[in-house]
Design a protein around this ligand. Structure first.
Ligand code: G16
Length: 543
Protein backbone atom coordinates (compact mmCIF):
# COMPACT_ATOMS: atom_id res chain seq x y z
CA UNK A 1 0.00 0.00 0.00
CA UNK A 2 1.76 3.21 -1.10
CA UNK A 3 2.49 5.88 1.47
CA UNK A 4 1.01 9.25 0.53
CA UNK A 5 2.95 12.36 1.50
CA UNK A 6 0.58 15.28 1.93
CA UNK A 7 1.83 18.88 1.90
CA UNK A 8 0.67 20.98 4.85
CA UNK A 9 1.30 24.30 6.62
CA UNK A 10 2.28 24.41 10.27
CA UNK A 11 -0.20 25.65 12.88
CA UNK A 12 1.18 27.80 15.66
CA UNK A 13 -1.35 26.90 18.35
CA UNK A 14 -0.57 23.23 18.96
CA UNK A 15 1.16 23.61 22.32
CA UNK A 16 -0.02 20.81 24.65
CA UNK A 17 -1.46 22.05 27.96
CA UNK A 18 -1.75 20.33 31.34
CA UNK A 19 -2.90 17.18 29.56
CA UNK A 20 -2.41 17.12 25.79
CA UNK A 21 -3.85 19.39 23.11
CA UNK A 22 -7.42 20.52 23.82
CA UNK A 23 -9.34 22.71 21.41
CA UNK A 24 -12.79 23.25 20.05
CA UNK A 25 -14.05 20.47 17.77
CA UNK A 26 -14.27 23.10 15.02
CA UNK A 27 -10.54 23.81 15.41
CA UNK A 28 -9.74 20.12 15.00
CA UNK A 29 -12.04 19.96 11.96
CA UNK A 30 -9.85 22.43 10.04
CA UNK A 31 -8.08 20.78 7.12
CA UNK A 32 -4.86 19.04 8.26
CA UNK A 33 -5.14 20.23 11.90
CA UNK A 34 -5.45 16.78 13.48
CA UNK A 35 -3.07 15.23 10.96
CA UNK A 36 -0.37 17.82 11.70
CA UNK A 37 -0.46 17.13 15.43
CA UNK A 38 -0.41 13.36 14.94
CA UNK A 39 2.54 13.65 12.56
CA UNK A 40 4.31 15.85 15.13
CA UNK A 41 3.80 13.08 17.70
CA UNK A 42 5.16 10.43 15.33
CA UNK A 43 8.13 12.62 14.35
CA UNK A 44 8.99 13.15 18.02
CA UNK A 45 9.45 9.42 18.69
CA UNK A 46 11.49 6.64 17.16
CA UNK A 47 9.19 3.96 15.76
CA UNK A 48 11.03 0.62 15.63
CA UNK A 49 9.91 -2.21 13.30
CA UNK A 50 7.28 -4.29 15.19
CA UNK A 51 6.08 -1.26 17.22
CA UNK A 52 2.54 -1.39 18.63
CA UNK A 53 0.39 1.67 19.21
CA UNK A 54 -2.71 1.73 21.43
CA UNK A 55 -5.54 3.97 20.26
CA UNK A 56 -8.87 4.93 21.76
CA UNK A 57 -10.92 7.79 23.05
CA UNK A 58 -13.79 8.75 25.26
CA UNK A 59 -16.38 8.49 22.47
CA UNK A 60 -16.98 12.21 22.17
CA UNK A 61 -17.98 13.89 18.92
CA UNK A 62 -15.24 13.49 16.27
CA UNK A 63 -13.77 10.41 18.02
CA UNK A 64 -14.65 7.99 15.21
CA UNK A 65 -13.38 10.20 12.39
CA UNK A 66 -10.15 10.92 14.25
CA UNK A 67 -9.53 7.21 14.93
CA UNK A 68 -9.80 6.35 11.21
CA UNK A 69 -7.44 9.20 10.32
CA UNK A 70 -4.87 8.14 12.92
CA UNK A 71 -5.00 4.47 11.91
CA UNK A 72 -4.06 5.40 8.34
CA UNK A 73 -1.28 7.68 9.54
CA UNK A 74 0.05 4.96 11.88
CA UNK A 75 0.20 2.56 8.90
CA UNK A 76 2.08 5.15 6.83
CA UNK A 77 4.50 5.91 9.67
CA UNK A 78 5.62 2.32 10.11
CA UNK A 79 3.70 0.87 13.05
CA UNK A 80 3.36 -2.91 12.89
CA UNK A 81 0.14 -3.06 14.90
CA UNK A 82 -2.48 -0.79 16.42
CA UNK A 83 -4.67 -2.00 19.29
CA UNK A 84 -7.84 0.04 19.07
CA UNK A 85 -10.75 -0.03 21.50
CA UNK A 86 -14.03 -1.43 20.22
CA UNK A 87 -16.05 1.38 18.64
CA UNK A 88 -12.94 3.49 19.08
CA UNK A 89 -13.56 3.71 22.81
CA UNK A 90 -11.03 3.29 25.61
CA UNK A 91 -11.05 5.10 28.92
CA UNK A 92 -7.80 6.88 29.76
CA UNK A 93 -6.88 4.41 32.54
CA UNK A 94 -7.86 1.45 30.32
CA UNK A 95 -5.57 2.83 27.62
CA UNK A 96 -2.75 3.00 30.15
CA UNK A 97 -3.54 -0.56 31.27
CA UNK A 98 -3.51 -1.87 27.68
CA UNK A 99 -0.22 -0.09 26.80
CA UNK A 100 1.44 -1.77 29.76
CA UNK A 101 -0.19 -5.18 29.37
CA UNK A 102 0.75 -5.54 25.68
CA UNK A 103 4.08 -3.69 25.97
CA UNK A 104 3.13 -1.15 23.33
CA UNK A 105 5.47 1.65 22.25
CA UNK A 106 2.81 4.13 23.35
CA UNK A 107 -0.75 5.20 22.91
CA UNK A 108 -2.89 8.02 21.61
CA UNK A 109 -5.86 9.03 23.75
CA UNK A 110 -8.60 11.12 22.18
CA UNK A 111 -10.31 13.10 24.89
CA UNK A 112 -10.88 16.55 26.27
CA UNK A 113 -11.58 14.86 29.59
CA UNK A 114 -14.10 16.78 31.67
CA UNK A 115 -14.71 19.46 29.01
CA UNK A 116 -18.13 19.42 27.28
CA UNK A 117 -18.46 17.50 23.98
CA UNK A 118 -20.65 17.62 20.88
CA UNK A 119 -20.17 19.46 17.60
CA UNK A 120 -19.76 22.76 19.45
CA UNK A 121 -17.81 21.25 22.34
CA UNK A 122 -14.18 20.34 22.86
CA UNK A 123 -11.90 17.65 21.48
CA UNK A 124 -8.44 16.64 22.56
CA UNK A 125 -5.52 14.38 21.86
CA UNK A 126 -2.55 13.29 23.91
CA UNK A 127 0.32 10.89 23.60
CA UNK A 128 1.16 8.32 26.27
CA UNK A 129 4.55 6.65 26.50
CA UNK A 130 5.56 3.00 26.91
CA UNK A 131 5.07 3.16 30.69
CA UNK A 132 1.39 3.92 30.01
CA UNK A 133 1.65 7.48 31.30
CA UNK A 134 1.25 10.88 29.69
CA UNK A 135 4.26 12.05 27.71
CA UNK A 136 6.77 13.99 29.78
CA UNK A 137 7.25 17.72 29.27
CA UNK A 138 10.41 17.02 27.28
CA UNK A 139 8.33 15.04 24.80
CA UNK A 140 5.41 17.48 24.67
CA UNK A 141 7.87 20.35 24.13
CA UNK A 142 9.40 18.40 21.24
CA UNK A 143 5.95 17.73 19.74
CA UNK A 144 5.15 21.45 19.91
CA UNK A 145 8.46 22.45 18.35
CA UNK A 146 7.92 20.00 15.48
CA UNK A 147 4.32 21.15 14.98
CA UNK A 148 5.58 24.66 14.27
CA UNK A 149 7.76 23.59 11.36
CA UNK A 150 5.79 20.74 9.82
CA UNK A 151 5.57 20.80 6.01
CA UNK A 152 4.02 17.41 5.28
CA UNK A 153 2.43 14.37 6.86
CA UNK A 154 2.10 10.75 5.82
CA UNK A 155 -0.97 8.60 5.36
CA UNK A 156 -2.25 5.71 3.26
CA UNK A 157 -5.33 5.45 1.07
CA UNK A 158 -7.15 2.61 2.83
CA UNK A 159 -10.80 1.90 3.57
CA UNK A 160 -12.07 2.60 7.10
CA UNK A 161 -11.88 -0.22 9.67
CA UNK A 162 -15.09 -1.69 11.13
CA UNK A 163 -14.51 -0.65 14.72
CA UNK A 164 -17.64 -2.42 16.00
CA UNK A 165 -16.31 -5.95 15.48
CA UNK A 166 -13.49 -7.43 17.58
CA UNK A 167 -10.64 -8.99 15.62
CA UNK A 168 -7.67 -8.40 13.33
CA UNK A 169 -7.80 -6.31 10.16
CA UNK A 170 -5.05 -5.65 7.63
CA UNK A 171 -4.20 -2.11 6.65
CA UNK A 172 -1.31 -2.45 4.24
CA UNK A 173 1.56 -4.00 6.19
CA UNK A 174 0.01 -3.00 9.53
CA UNK A 175 -2.45 -5.05 11.59
CA UNK A 176 -5.33 -3.29 13.33
CA UNK A 177 -6.68 -5.28 16.27
CA UNK A 178 -10.03 -4.16 17.64
CA UNK A 179 -9.91 -5.08 21.33
CA UNK A 180 -12.31 -5.27 24.25
CA UNK A 181 -10.63 -2.79 26.59
CA UNK A 182 -13.29 -3.31 29.24
CA UNK A 183 -12.29 -6.91 29.94
CA UNK A 184 -8.56 -6.17 30.31
CA UNK A 185 -9.31 -3.29 32.65
CA UNK A 186 -11.88 -5.17 34.74
CA UNK A 187 -9.47 -8.08 35.17
CA UNK A 188 -6.82 -5.70 36.46
CA UNK A 189 -9.29 -4.24 38.99
CA UNK A 190 -10.26 -7.72 40.14
CA UNK A 191 -6.59 -8.48 40.81
CA UNK A 192 -6.27 -5.47 43.14
CA UNK A 193 -9.44 -5.42 45.23
CA UNK A 194 -11.39 -7.84 47.41
CA UNK A 195 -14.27 -8.47 45.02
CA UNK A 196 -15.66 -11.17 47.37
CA UNK A 197 -16.00 -8.71 50.25
CA UNK A 198 -17.51 -6.02 48.01
CA UNK A 199 -19.96 -8.56 46.55
CA UNK A 200 -20.98 -9.48 50.10
CA UNK A 201 -21.42 -5.78 50.92
CA UNK A 202 -23.86 -5.31 48.03
CA UNK A 203 -25.64 -8.57 48.95
CA UNK A 204 -26.19 -7.21 52.46
CA UNK A 205 -28.33 -4.34 51.10
CA UNK A 206 -25.64 -1.66 50.77
CA UNK A 207 -26.72 0.82 48.11
CA UNK A 208 -24.50 2.70 45.68
CA UNK A 209 -25.24 5.27 42.99
CA UNK A 210 -22.59 5.67 40.31
CA UNK A 211 -22.97 8.43 37.70
CA UNK A 212 -21.15 7.71 34.43
CA UNK A 213 -22.32 11.11 33.14
CA UNK A 214 -23.03 9.63 29.68
CA UNK A 215 -19.28 9.36 29.27
CA UNK A 216 -16.79 6.55 28.82
CA UNK A 217 -17.14 4.69 32.14
CA UNK A 218 -20.70 3.41 31.55
CA UNK A 219 -19.69 0.07 30.00
CA UNK A 220 -16.86 -0.37 32.51
CA UNK A 221 -19.12 0.38 35.47
CA UNK A 222 -21.79 -2.02 34.26
CA UNK A 223 -19.26 -4.82 33.82
CA UNK A 224 -17.57 -4.25 37.18
CA UNK A 225 -20.30 -3.07 39.57
CA UNK A 226 -23.33 -4.85 38.18
CA UNK A 227 -22.00 -7.98 36.47
CA UNK A 228 -18.94 -8.82 38.58
CA UNK A 229 -19.95 -7.32 41.95
CA UNK A 230 -23.72 -7.84 41.97
CA UNK A 231 -24.80 -4.20 42.47
CA UNK A 232 -28.35 -3.50 41.30
CA UNK A 233 -28.92 -2.41 37.70
CA UNK A 234 -30.18 0.96 38.97
CA UNK A 235 -26.89 1.63 40.76
CA UNK A 236 -25.26 2.88 37.54
CA UNK A 237 -26.89 5.96 36.00
CA UNK A 238 -26.25 7.77 32.70
CA UNK A 239 -24.43 4.62 31.60
CA UNK A 240 -24.67 5.01 27.82
CA UNK A 241 -21.72 6.96 26.37
CA UNK A 242 -23.00 9.72 24.07
CA UNK A 243 -20.97 11.92 21.69
CA UNK A 244 -22.24 15.04 23.48
CA UNK A 245 -22.49 13.48 26.96
CA UNK A 246 -26.24 14.08 26.83
CA UNK A 247 -25.59 17.83 26.68
CA UNK A 248 -23.91 17.71 30.12
CA UNK A 249 -20.53 18.78 31.35
CA UNK A 250 -18.83 15.48 32.23
CA UNK A 251 -16.93 16.85 35.20
CA UNK A 252 -17.55 14.95 38.43
CA UNK A 253 -17.84 17.78 40.90
CA UNK A 254 -20.62 19.20 43.07
CA UNK A 255 -21.73 21.61 40.35
CA UNK A 256 -21.74 19.51 37.19
CA UNK A 257 -22.72 16.12 38.67
CA UNK A 258 -25.90 17.76 39.97
CA UNK A 259 -28.19 14.74 39.36
CA UNK A 260 -26.04 12.53 41.52
CA UNK A 261 -25.61 15.23 44.16
CA UNK A 262 -29.41 15.62 44.38
CA UNK A 263 -29.77 11.88 44.98
CA UNK A 264 -27.00 11.71 47.57
CA UNK A 265 -28.34 14.72 49.47
CA UNK A 266 -32.01 13.73 49.06
CA UNK A 267 -34.36 11.58 51.11
CA UNK A 268 -33.55 7.91 51.33
CA UNK A 269 -30.08 8.56 49.90
CA UNK A 270 -27.90 5.55 49.03
CA UNK A 271 -24.91 4.69 51.26
CA UNK A 272 -22.31 5.61 48.70
CA UNK A 273 -22.18 7.80 45.60
CA UNK A 274 -19.53 8.31 42.96
CA UNK A 275 -19.06 9.81 39.52
CA UNK A 276 -16.42 9.81 36.84
CA UNK A 277 -15.60 12.17 33.99
CA UNK A 278 -15.50 12.15 30.18
CA UNK A 279 -12.53 9.80 29.84
CA UNK A 280 -12.85 7.93 33.14
CA UNK A 281 -9.79 9.18 34.96
CA UNK A 282 -11.45 11.43 37.53
CA UNK A 283 -13.61 10.45 40.48
CA UNK A 284 -15.89 12.14 42.98
CA UNK A 285 -16.73 10.30 46.20
CA UNK A 286 -19.88 11.00 48.21
CA UNK A 287 -21.47 9.49 51.29
CA UNK A 288 -25.04 9.94 52.43
CA UNK A 289 -25.35 13.76 52.60
CA UNK A 290 -21.56 13.94 52.64
CA UNK A 291 -18.84 15.05 50.19
CA UNK A 292 -15.31 13.69 50.39
CA UNK A 293 -12.80 16.26 49.26
CA UNK A 294 -10.38 14.65 46.75
CA UNK A 295 -7.38 15.65 48.88
CA UNK A 296 -8.91 13.83 51.85
CA UNK A 297 -9.77 10.88 49.65
CA UNK A 298 -6.10 10.44 48.74
CA UNK A 299 -5.08 10.62 52.41
CA UNK A 300 -7.78 8.17 53.41
CA UNK A 301 -6.91 5.65 50.74
CA UNK A 302 -3.27 5.88 51.84
CA UNK A 303 -4.16 5.36 55.50
CA UNK A 304 -6.36 2.34 54.67
CA UNK A 305 -4.37 0.98 51.74
CA UNK A 306 -3.48 -2.36 53.30
CA UNK A 307 -7.17 -3.30 53.46
CA UNK A 308 -7.06 -3.91 49.70
CA UNK A 309 -5.33 -7.13 48.62
CA UNK A 310 -3.27 -5.40 45.91
CA UNK A 311 -1.73 -3.09 48.52
CA UNK A 312 -1.50 -5.53 51.45
CA UNK A 313 2.27 -5.25 51.60
CA UNK A 314 2.03 -1.48 52.13
CA UNK A 315 2.81 1.51 49.97
CA UNK A 316 6.26 2.80 49.07
CA UNK A 317 5.38 6.48 49.06
CA UNK A 318 2.80 9.06 48.06
CA UNK A 319 2.94 11.90 45.55
CA UNK A 320 0.50 14.77 45.32
CA UNK A 321 0.31 17.85 43.15
CA UNK A 322 1.33 21.09 44.82
CA UNK A 323 -2.19 22.56 45.13
CA UNK A 324 -3.49 19.31 46.69
CA UNK A 325 -3.84 19.59 50.47
CA UNK A 326 -1.18 18.23 52.81
CA UNK A 327 -3.61 15.69 54.30
CA UNK A 328 -1.67 12.91 52.54
CA UNK A 329 1.63 14.25 53.93
CA UNK A 330 0.33 13.58 57.44
CA UNK A 331 -0.46 9.98 56.59
CA UNK A 332 2.92 9.54 54.91
CA UNK A 333 4.67 10.91 58.00
CA UNK A 334 2.71 8.51 60.24
CA UNK A 335 3.57 5.57 57.97
CA UNK A 336 7.22 6.64 57.75
CA UNK A 337 7.15 6.84 53.95
CA UNK A 338 8.08 9.75 51.64
CA UNK A 339 5.56 12.21 50.23
CA UNK A 340 6.47 14.13 47.05
CA UNK A 341 5.01 17.46 45.94
CA UNK A 342 4.85 17.86 42.14
CA UNK A 343 3.34 20.42 39.76
CA UNK A 344 -0.24 19.95 38.54
CA UNK A 345 -0.46 17.31 35.83
CA UNK A 346 -0.39 13.55 36.02
CA UNK A 347 2.71 13.47 33.79
CA UNK A 348 4.81 14.56 36.77
CA UNK A 349 4.06 11.33 38.69
CA UNK A 350 5.36 8.95 36.02
CA UNK A 351 9.06 9.07 36.88
CA UNK A 352 8.38 8.62 40.61
CA UNK A 353 6.21 5.58 39.96
CA UNK A 354 8.64 4.09 37.42
CA UNK A 355 11.44 4.47 39.98
CA UNK A 356 9.36 2.67 42.61
CA UNK A 357 9.41 5.70 44.91
CA UNK A 358 5.64 6.07 45.15
CA UNK A 359 2.66 3.74 45.01
CA UNK A 360 -0.20 6.23 45.39
CA UNK A 361 -0.67 9.57 43.64
CA UNK A 362 -3.42 12.12 43.85
CA UNK A 363 -4.59 15.56 42.90
CA UNK A 364 -7.18 17.92 44.25
CA UNK A 365 -8.73 17.94 40.76
CA UNK A 366 -10.58 14.67 41.48
CA UNK A 367 -7.67 12.48 40.40
CA UNK A 368 -6.38 9.51 42.40
CA UNK A 369 -4.53 6.41 41.31
CA UNK A 370 -1.62 4.09 41.93
CA UNK A 371 1.25 2.45 40.11
CA UNK A 372 -1.09 -0.25 38.69
CA UNK A 373 -1.30 2.09 35.66
CA UNK A 374 0.33 5.44 34.88
CA UNK A 375 -2.84 7.52 34.70
CA UNK A 376 -5.34 8.63 37.25
CA UNK A 377 -8.13 6.13 37.49
CA UNK A 378 -11.71 6.99 38.41
CA UNK A 379 -13.17 3.50 38.84
CA UNK A 380 -10.07 2.32 40.69
CA UNK A 381 -10.71 5.03 43.31
CA UNK A 382 -14.38 4.05 43.57
CA UNK A 383 -13.39 0.40 44.03
CA UNK A 384 -10.82 1.35 46.65
CA UNK A 385 -13.54 3.11 48.60
CA UNK A 386 -15.89 0.14 48.23
CA UNK A 387 -13.10 -2.13 49.49
CA UNK A 388 -12.54 0.12 52.50
CA UNK A 389 -16.28 0.34 53.20
CA UNK A 390 -16.63 -3.45 52.95
CA UNK A 391 -13.71 -3.99 55.32
CA UNK A 392 -14.62 -1.32 57.87
CA UNK A 393 -18.41 -1.62 57.83
CA UNK A 394 -18.80 2.08 58.67
CA UNK A 395 -20.42 4.91 56.77
CA UNK A 396 -18.37 7.19 54.50
CA UNK A 397 -18.88 10.08 56.90
CA UNK A 398 -17.82 8.04 59.95
CA UNK A 399 -14.64 6.92 58.17
CA UNK A 400 -13.71 10.51 57.26
CA UNK A 401 -14.49 11.80 60.77
CA UNK A 402 -12.33 9.04 62.29
CA UNK A 403 -9.53 10.01 59.93
CA UNK A 404 -9.70 13.68 60.91
CA UNK A 405 -9.84 12.79 64.60
CA UNK A 406 -6.61 10.84 64.19
CA UNK A 407 -4.66 13.06 61.77
CA UNK A 408 -6.37 16.47 62.11
CA UNK A 409 -8.27 18.09 59.26
CA UNK A 410 -6.65 19.93 56.37
CA UNK A 411 -9.67 22.12 55.68
CA UNK A 412 -9.65 22.63 51.95
CA UNK A 413 -11.52 24.21 49.09
CA UNK A 414 -10.92 25.24 45.48
CA UNK A 415 -12.70 28.20 43.93
CA UNK A 416 -12.79 28.28 40.12
CA UNK A 417 -13.53 31.38 38.10
CA UNK A 418 -14.22 29.99 34.62
CA UNK A 419 -14.38 31.79 31.29
CA UNK A 420 -12.51 34.93 32.37
CA UNK A 421 -11.12 37.25 29.69
CA UNK A 422 -7.42 36.34 29.32
CA UNK A 423 -6.34 39.90 30.10
CA UNK A 424 -8.22 39.98 33.38
CA UNK A 425 -6.87 36.62 34.50
CA UNK A 426 -3.30 37.47 33.51
CA UNK A 427 -3.70 40.84 35.23
CA UNK A 428 -4.62 39.12 38.49
CA UNK A 429 -1.55 36.88 38.30
CA UNK A 430 0.77 39.77 37.43
CA UNK A 431 -0.61 41.84 40.29
CA UNK A 432 -0.11 39.01 42.74
CA UNK A 433 3.42 38.33 41.65
CA UNK A 434 4.32 41.99 41.88
CA UNK A 435 2.95 42.15 45.42
CA UNK A 436 5.11 39.24 46.61
CA UNK A 437 8.12 41.37 47.50
CA UNK A 438 6.14 43.39 50.04
CA UNK A 439 3.89 40.63 51.39
CA UNK A 440 6.24 38.62 53.59
CA UNK A 441 5.70 39.45 57.25
CA UNK A 442 2.38 41.19 56.59
CA UNK A 443 -0.54 40.34 58.81
CA UNK A 444 -4.08 39.68 57.59
CA UNK A 445 -6.36 39.07 60.58
CA UNK A 446 -5.01 35.99 62.32
CA UNK A 447 -2.74 35.11 59.38
CA UNK A 448 0.85 36.28 58.84
CA UNK A 449 2.57 35.73 55.49
CA UNK A 450 5.67 33.55 55.86
CA UNK A 451 6.65 33.05 52.21
CA UNK A 452 5.48 33.77 48.66
CA UNK A 453 6.78 32.11 45.54
CA UNK A 454 6.05 30.86 42.07
CA UNK A 455 6.28 27.09 42.49
CA UNK A 456 8.99 25.30 40.57
CA UNK A 457 9.90 21.64 40.61
CA UNK A 458 13.04 19.67 39.96
CA UNK A 459 12.21 16.10 39.05
CA UNK A 460 14.19 13.95 41.52
CA UNK A 461 14.66 11.22 38.94
CA UNK A 462 15.72 12.97 35.73
CA UNK A 463 16.61 16.41 37.09
CA UNK A 464 14.29 18.25 34.67
CA UNK A 465 13.05 21.59 35.96
CA UNK A 466 9.48 22.95 35.57
CA UNK A 467 8.93 26.57 36.50
CA UNK A 468 5.88 28.84 36.76
CA UNK A 469 3.66 26.16 38.31
CA UNK A 470 1.46 28.31 40.55
CA UNK A 471 1.70 31.29 42.90
CA UNK A 472 1.81 30.33 46.57
CA UNK A 473 1.23 32.43 49.64
CA UNK A 474 2.21 30.45 52.71
CA UNK A 475 1.25 31.64 56.17
CA UNK A 476 3.16 31.10 59.39
CA UNK A 477 0.59 28.64 60.78
CA UNK A 478 0.88 26.35 57.72
CA UNK A 479 -2.25 27.68 56.01
CA UNK A 480 -1.88 28.72 52.39
CA UNK A 481 -3.52 30.16 49.32
CA UNK A 482 -2.44 29.06 45.85
CA UNK A 483 -3.34 30.73 42.56
CA UNK A 484 -3.07 29.04 39.17
CA UNK A 485 -4.44 29.46 35.69
CA UNK A 486 -5.90 26.21 34.39
CA UNK A 487 -4.06 24.50 31.56
CA UNK A 488 -7.02 22.45 30.33
CA UNK A 489 -9.60 25.02 29.20
CA UNK A 490 -10.26 26.03 25.60
CA UNK A 491 -12.07 29.37 25.96
CA UNK A 492 -10.75 32.36 27.90
CA UNK A 493 -9.00 31.63 31.17
CA UNK A 494 -9.94 29.77 34.33
CA UNK A 495 -8.46 31.10 37.54
CA UNK A 496 -8.19 28.52 40.31
CA UNK A 497 -7.81 29.62 43.91
CA UNK A 498 -6.85 26.83 46.32
CA UNK A 499 -7.41 27.46 50.02
CA UNK A 500 -6.10 25.37 52.88
CA UNK A 501 -5.98 25.65 56.66
CA UNK A 502 -5.14 22.99 59.23
CA UNK A 503 -7.55 22.34 62.09
CA UNK A 504 -6.78 19.80 64.78
CA UNK A 505 -9.84 20.68 66.90
CA UNK A 506 -12.30 17.84 66.62
CA UNK A 507 -15.15 20.15 67.72
CA UNK A 508 -14.89 22.03 64.43
CA UNK A 509 -14.49 19.02 62.14
CA UNK A 510 -18.20 18.89 61.37
CA UNK A 511 -18.27 22.47 60.08
CA UNK A 512 -18.49 23.43 56.44
CA UNK A 513 -15.14 24.17 54.77
CA UNK A 514 -16.43 27.49 53.35
CA UNK A 515 -17.19 28.68 56.87
CA UNK A 516 -13.82 27.57 58.22
CA UNK A 517 -11.98 29.15 55.29
CA UNK A 518 -13.95 32.43 55.20
CA UNK A 519 -11.02 34.56 56.32
CA UNK A 520 -8.64 33.08 53.74
CA UNK A 521 -11.30 33.52 51.03
CA UNK A 522 -11.53 37.22 51.91
CA UNK A 523 -7.74 37.60 51.87
CA UNK A 524 -7.60 36.03 48.39
CA UNK A 525 -10.24 38.44 47.10
CA UNK A 526 -8.40 41.40 48.58
CA UNK A 527 -4.96 40.45 47.21
CA UNK A 528 -6.24 39.76 43.70
CA UNK A 529 -8.65 42.73 43.46
CA UNK A 530 -10.83 39.99 42.07
CA UNK A 531 -14.14 41.78 41.93
CA UNK A 532 -12.93 44.94 40.28
CA UNK A 533 -10.65 43.15 37.84
CA UNK A 534 -13.00 40.35 36.77
CA UNK A 535 -16.46 41.69 37.61
CA UNK A 536 -17.20 38.35 39.31
CA UNK A 537 -18.79 38.24 42.71
CA UNK A 538 -18.69 34.46 43.17
CA UNK A 539 -16.78 31.46 41.79
CA UNK A 540 -18.26 29.38 38.95
CA UNK A 541 -17.45 26.15 40.78
CA UNK A 542 -16.65 25.53 44.44
CA UNK A 543 -15.07 22.25 45.41
C1 G16 B 1 -5.85 17.15 33.81
C2 G16 B 1 -4.55 16.60 34.30
C3 G16 B 1 -4.50 16.66 35.80
C4 G16 B 1 -4.77 18.07 36.29
C5 G16 B 1 -6.09 18.54 35.72
C6 G16 B 1 -6.41 19.98 36.05
O1 G16 B 1 -6.90 16.33 34.18
O2 G16 B 1 -4.38 15.27 33.88
O3 G16 B 1 -3.26 16.22 36.21
O4 G16 B 1 -4.81 18.12 37.66
O5 G16 B 1 -6.08 18.43 34.33
O6 G16 B 1 -5.56 20.80 35.36
P1 G16 B 1 -5.81 22.36 35.27
O7 G16 B 1 -5.93 22.83 36.69
O8 G16 B 1 -4.60 22.86 34.56
O9 G16 B 1 -7.11 22.58 34.52
P2 G16 B 1 -7.94 15.80 33.12
O10 G16 B 1 -8.89 14.96 33.89
O11 G16 B 1 -8.56 17.05 32.53
O12 G16 B 1 -7.12 15.05 32.12
Amino acid sequence: MPVLTIATQPFNDQKPGTSGLRKRVTTFQQAHYLENFVQAIFNSITIPANATLVLGGDGRFYNREAIQTILKMAAANGFARVLVGQNGILSTPACSCVIRKYQALGGIVLSASHNPGGADGDFGIKYNQANGGPASETVTDAIYAISKTLTHYQTVAAPDIALEVLGDYAMGEMVVTVIDGVADYADLMESLFDFGAIRALFASGFRMQFDAMHAVTGPYAREIFIRRLGASAASVMNAVPLPDFGGGHPDPNLTYAHDLVAIMYGDNAPDFGAASDGDGDRNMILGKHFFVNPSDSLALIAANATLAPGYKAGIAGIARSMPTSAAADRVAAALGIPCFETPTGWKFFGNLMDAGKVTLCGEESFGTSSSHVREKDGLWAVLFWLNILAARQQSVEAIVMDHWAKFGRNVYSRHDYEGLPNDAANGVMTLLKASFASLVGKQFGKYTVALCDDFSYTDPIDGSVSTGQGLRILFTDGSRIVFRLSGTGTEGATLRIYLEAFDADIRRHGLDAQVLLAELIAIAAQLTELRSRTGRIAPTVIT
